[in-house]
Write a new protein. Structure first.
Lengths: 266, 105
């Protein structure tokens, strides 16, 4: 191929790429639309196969986990009974003081189609046509926080997970005695960390972390995860901890997008 | 270069990317999976006869599909894989000789 032809070919390729980037939303939207049936099948198949192998490999752990969950369930049931009586008392007081209802969410259900090749971003099958907007929080059915909507197409949306390197927001650690504010920060590879915890604060493994609406990123009191490892250095100004998130993308198919947070009526 | 081969490469790259992003993710390690397109580009460029350009074509097609299903600008993976292909071809032409089959595709 002559030099002139090579240069022309390079210029042509560059022009195509510029054109594709100018209309990247439409181009990507088109490919997501034609690929989503295949990706749904692949995602479900992958989920089933990995569950099958997990059951085989971790059968001993599953038995132990089952035993622990049954014990925890019984403890929670007894706590639930106590809370129900408190709830009744609370409702009576609210009516007496003429206060409004608790906050609730308006949710849009969506399914996961695929995960980005290199970043902690997933693609879901709902978009602007279903009322999805950028920055809407995304949670599981157990109200565990997964991330927020970053890009919206007609029928699809991208969700930046809380483990994404660009994700950071305020959170609270629920210890036995108090709540400690800290920064929840994603480190990629589905890893989430808790940073900027003052050295003098006592945190321990299994402490719960919930979201905090201070930074205006996410609503209050969404479950984030539990502390799995603590890193405390004498020379560091702050301690940090690794979080075991409740939202495990590999194990879920469906998510919920919070389209509206209902404020209490006064 | 035959049209049949080009269509086969498009089909192979497209479904490799779908497979990688949807099914293989469930078997990922720390959120990362094998990049089939990268493997395919390396192998094709290493083992195809010097006069064939399927490795470079695969780099372009595979890179395009990787860009579509990732979050960056369209062109990042295309450029990265093309550079890799040309680098492998350059090294093979000047410094290394690998016995290649007469016809790879």
């Amino acid at each position: 191929m002559s030099k002139k032809k090579k240069l022309l070919l390079i210029a042509f390729v560059v022009l195509i790429l510029v054109f594709l980037n100018l209309f990247q939303k439409d181009v990507r939207g088109f490919f997501y639309k034609i690929s989503s049936p295949f990706q749904r099948i692949f995602w479900k198949t992958g989920d089933s196969i990995s569950d099958f192998f997990k059951a085989l490999v971790f059968v001993k752990d599953l038995k132990q986990e089952n035993k622990e969950l049954k014990t925890e369930n019984q403890k929670l049931l007894s706590q639930l009974i106590k809370l129900k009586s408190l709830e009744k008392e609370n409702e009576t007081l609210r009516q007496a003081l003429n206060l409004g209802l608790e906050k609730d969410f308006k949710l849009i259900q969506a399914q996961i189609i695929s995960k980005d090749i290199s970043q902690d971003i997933i693609l879901i099958n709902k978009g602007s046509e279903q009322g999805i907007e950028e920055n809407m929080p995304v949670i599981t059915s157990q109200k565990a926080l997964c991330g927020k909507v970053s890009e919206v197409y007609n029928k699809f949306s991208k969700v930046v997970l809380i483990s994404n390197k660009k994700s950071s927001f305020d959170g609270k650690v629920l210890t036995e005695s108090k709540e400690i504010s800290a920064l929840v920060s994603g480190r990629g590879g589905l890893n989430v960390y808790l940073e900027l915890i003052p050295q003098e604060e006592e945190i321990k493994q299994e402490d719960l972390i919930i979201s905090c609406c201070l930074g205006g990123v996410y609503p209050d009191n969404l479950l984030i995860g539990k502390i799995s490892k603590i890193k405390k250095g004498d020379t560091e100004p702050f301690q940090e901890a690794e979080i075991s998130p409740f939202c495990v993308i590999k194990e879920i198919e469906e998510l919920f997008i919070i389209s509206e947070v209902f404020k209490p009526t006064e | 270069m035959s049209f049949r081969t080009i269509f086969f490469l498009i089909f192979l790259c497209y479904f490799s990317v779908l497979f990688q992003t949807s099914l293989l993710f469930h078997f990922s390690i720390w959120g990362h999976t094998i990049n089939f397109i990268l493997l395919l580009v390396i192998l094709l460029n290493l083992f195809e006869p010097p006069e064939q350009k399927y490795g470079i074509l695969t780099a372009f097609i595979g890179g395009f599909f990787l860009d579509i299903f990732s979050n960056g600008i369209i062109g990042f993976w295309i450029l990265a894989l093309l550079v890799l292909s040309f680098f492998i071809k350059l090294v093979l032409r000047k410094y290394v000789k690998i016995p290649t089959p007469k016809k790879i595709i």
